[in-house]
Design a protein around this ligand. Structure first.
Ligand SMILES: Cc1ncc(COP(=O)(O)O)c(C=O)c1O
Length: 408
């Protein structure tokens, strides 16, 4: 899987000496840079080891606690609902809308009751949406918190995603728009400030693991064989960083920790190149859109004004549900040489995760998306050139064959 979306090996190497100035300084400068980018006061910026930790602090700041309910989109990653029971609150899933990949606002409003204290608003794949102003006015006690984990620097009608509602969180995990290995950002709503306390630190060994894992991914993006060898070696040495298994299989909450120094310097390095990164990805998205819209039956999400969406990966949906989406992704990847992804492979991703009470059939649209949506890489390592044209031609040919087979 091609990850580290926006980071290059050169940038990784360039950023490392910055670690010498220490974590407090690097985090302080990053907070100031992010505040300037989002046009908010620096006191509203919180930095964490993950997006999920940022979510937990946002929910706490909104006073979510025992007896409260929190609405979560039924098309998300398990680490999002995991943070809610830890606060004494209850998870309630609400189906998403296939047209927008976000909520159907009328359906969401039907699910609101006085017990609901917060709604996690999805911006899946980076496609930003705005909660209707009249809905927010009718429910003034409900905090609408943006899950902007997939949409760093996306915009909603010209406004930076994450600044329009009651707080937002972003992720800098390997595969997200900007990669710090891991990392999270919270933007607290106007009138609130990020808690000023010293958070527990990610261990030094785990930062070495992050560095090794990132390096393995970056090598794989350029030289697949070398990357595979490096990753195999790091695995043998116990140097691969991953979330705890209990978070996926038991729904365990993730602790709130500080952003690692390594992540801070890497995110800062990518911020310096943000305009070029966004321009490159816009060009990729245009190429993907042009190629896929020529295949009848393939669904795309084109509503975002060009340039407004910083896609984390570029989603497209098959017209039919497939039992083994991973096998289809492999077939398409082999045919075209592009890495076709399967996010999300279940209403609560990844498949096999803790269900938080979700029953099959509760969210038909989320289930349909999980069975039909595939995605293309939005990665700076994918060049916009003649080779991409050839790969996209092979992809559309294989897709056309696949759809024919399913009609027969
Ligand atoms: C939609 C969504 N929200 C939140 C997260 C959590 O981000 P992090 O891994 O930084 O905690 C993820 C992915 O992991 C995600 O896909």
């Amino acid at each position: 899987m091609l990850t580290a979306n926006s980071l290059t090996l050169w940038q990784l190497t360039r950023a490392l000496p910055g670690m010498l100035s220490g974590r407090r300084r690097q985090r302080a400068v990053l907070r100031a840079e992010l505040a300037a980018l989002f046009g908010v006061d620096v006191s509203r910026i919180g930095l964490y080891d993950t997006g999920r930790a940022a979510l937990r602090d946002l929910l706490s700041a909104q006073g979510v606690g025992k007896g409260d309910e929190v609405i979560v989109p039924a098309y998300t990653c398990v680490v999002v609902p995991n943070q809610i029971p830890a606060l004494g609150a209850t998870v309630r899933f609400v189906d998403v809308c296939a047209q927008t990949l976000g909520f159907d606002w009328a359906m969401l409003e039907e699910a609101l009751t006085p017990a609901v204290r917060a709604v996690i608003v999805p911006h899946n794949y980076g496609l930003a949406c705005g909660v209707p102003a009249d809905l927010r006015q009718r429910w003034p006690k409900v905090a609408f918190i943006d899950d902007a984990a997939h949409g760093f620097a996306s915009r909603q009608q010209g406004t930076m995603l994450g600044t329009g509602h009651d707080g937002a969180f972003f992720s800098f995990e390997y595969s997200k728009n900007l990669s710090g290995g891991i990392g999270g950002l919270a933007i607290f709503p106007a009138g609130m400030t990020a808690p000023a306390r010293d958070l527990p630190e990610v261990s030094c060994l785990d930062q070495w693991r992050l560095l090794a894992t990132l390096k393995g991914h970056l090598l794989s993006a350029r030289w697949p064989l070398l990357g595979r060898l490096a990753l195999a070696l790091y695995r043998r040495l116990g140097l691969i960083y991953r979330s705890s298994d209990a978070e996926v299989s038991e729904g365990a909450p993730h602790p709130v920790r500080a952003m690692p120094l390594l992540s801070a310097v890497l995110v800062r390095e990518q911020l310096r190149h943000l305009p070029a990164i966004l321009a490159h990805k816009r060009a990729l998205a245009d190429r993907y859109r042009a190629a896929l819209s020529a295949v009848p039956g393939i669904r795309l999400w084109q509503e975002a004004a060009p340039g407004d969406c910083h896609w984390v990966r570029y989603p497209f949906a098959l017209p039919m549900a497939v039992a083994d989406k991973a096998a289809v992704a492999r077939r398409l990847s082999q045919a075209c040489g592009l890495n076709i992804g399967v996010w999300f492979d279940d209403v609560i991703h990844p498949a096999g995760s803790w269900r938080h009470g979700y029953q099959a059939g509760d969210a038909p649209q989320g289930e349909r998306l999980a069975a039909t949506v595939l995605n293309l890489p939005m990665n700076v390592a994918v060049a916009d050139n003649a080779a991409l044209t050839a790969r996209l031609r092979r992809l559309t040919a294989e897709l056309t064959r696949l759809l024919k087979e399913n009609k027969a």
